[in-house]
Design a protein around this ligand. Structure first.
Ligand code: NAD
Length: 317
């Protein structure tokens, strides 16, 4: 779809965030005209290449969306508040941005005419599941306001998309990581937090006993899936998992970080976080079949690249 000569404009909401900036820069390199809308509540526009057209604003600002959507073929909807534990404290704010912002966007798309929306949903919507690798037809079992907000947004996107004739694709992204992922002061994501602790020489904080498994997927692989979802011909209304397909225990993650750094790391076990699950890993059959998706970056290689980028950034300070 995006590969035609005339249809090269895209809009990325939340495009100054971790995944959004990586996507924006990759699309620019491939010749697309990229507009970004981000309120900078968590984003950092300095991560964006100079070719990206950055606009500061709220995804609930429909008139702003109308103007940014002019001539746009595809919208990547990534703007969201993204912390499971923070969502337990502030469910109203999560509902307003993640659900309200999605409804605002799709209504603006109806009026301004973009053809397709690719929505960054989350593996968190599955919650606790029995299967070692969860398929898209599993019954969602959200365990936090964040997960509920993503699931509600999925329903809005697919339902309103069908009613108004807008193509929609939902990617359920698992635990993404890589260079550019921010250390939020409260509730930081696990990989940047552990890397920071490991480089600082302290103990590595592990919530719970560390046997809980997650599916860690490198940022470049997620970007490939997002672009494929915009270009693939037969994905309308589909929900598609995006992960590595490999379950990794948190204790194993500590070992991998230690191996890359050539250090023996000492885990410090603290209380388990609420809203977490014992395991969550993607079945990738549909992503392989419909998107030709195949994750390329191993956990060890991804951690190596992330640590190198962290050290480079700190050296430049
Ligand atoms: P991020 O926090 O780095 O990016 C989200 C961006 O949205 C930020 O730049 C923030 O400033 C912006 N934003 C927040 N509220 C906004 C508003 N009201 N208006 C405009 N912009 C707003 O997070 P990320 O990790 O890059 O996640 C991007 C998307 O992918 C999110 O929708 C998230 O739910 C989804 N996702 C991420 C992961 C992951 O592991 N990183 C996993 C599953 C799903």
């Amino acid at each position: 779809m995006l590969a035609t000569v005339t249809a090269r404009k895209v809009l990325i909401t939340g495009g100054a965030g971790f995944l959004g900036a990586a996507l924006a820069n990759a699309l620019c390199e491939r010749g697309y005209i990229v507009r970004v809308l981000d309120d900078l509540s968590a984003g950092d526009p300095s991560q964006l290449s100079v070719a990206v057209h950055f606009n500061r604003g709220d995804v609930n600002d429909v008139p702003r969306l109308w103007s940014l959507l002019q001539g746009v073929e595809c919208v990547f909807h990534l703007a969201a508040r993204v912390s499971v534990s923070e969502s337990i404290l502030y469910p109203r704010e999560y509902n307003a941005t993640n659900v309200g912002g999605t409804v605002s966007l799709i209504q603006a798309v109806r009026d301004a005419g973009a053809r397709r929306i690719v929505f960054a949903s989350s593996g968190a919507v599955y919650g606790e599941q029995r299967a070692e690798r969860v398929r898209e037809d599993a019954t969602p079992n959200p365990g936090s306001p964040y997960a509920v907000s993503k699931l509600a947004a999925e329903y809005y996107i697919n339902t309103i998309g069908a009613l108004w004739g807008i193509e929609t694709v939902i990617l359920r992204i698992f635990n993404a990581y890589g260079p550019g992922q921010k250390m939020r002061p409260s509730h930081p994501p696990v990989i940047p937090a552990m890397i920071r602790q490991a480089l600082g020489g302290g103990s590595i904080i592990v919530h719970g006993d560390g046997t809980q498994q997650r599916d860690f997927v490198y940022v470049d692989d997620v970007v490939e899936a997002l672009i494929a979802a915009a270009e693939a011909p037969t994905v309308n209304r589909l929900i598609i998992n995006v992960g590595s397909g490999i379950p990794t225990a948190i204790n194993t993650l500590v070992d991998v970080i230690g191996r890359v750094l050539g250090k023996k790391l000492t885990p410090l076990h603290v209380a388990a976080e609420s809203g977490g699950v014992s395991r969550l890993c993607a079945d990738l059959s549909r992503a392989q079949e419909r998107l030709g998706y195949c994750p390329r970056v191993s956990l060890e290689e991804g951690i190596r690249r992330t640590i190198e980028a962290t050290l480079k950034r700190e050296a430049a300070r």
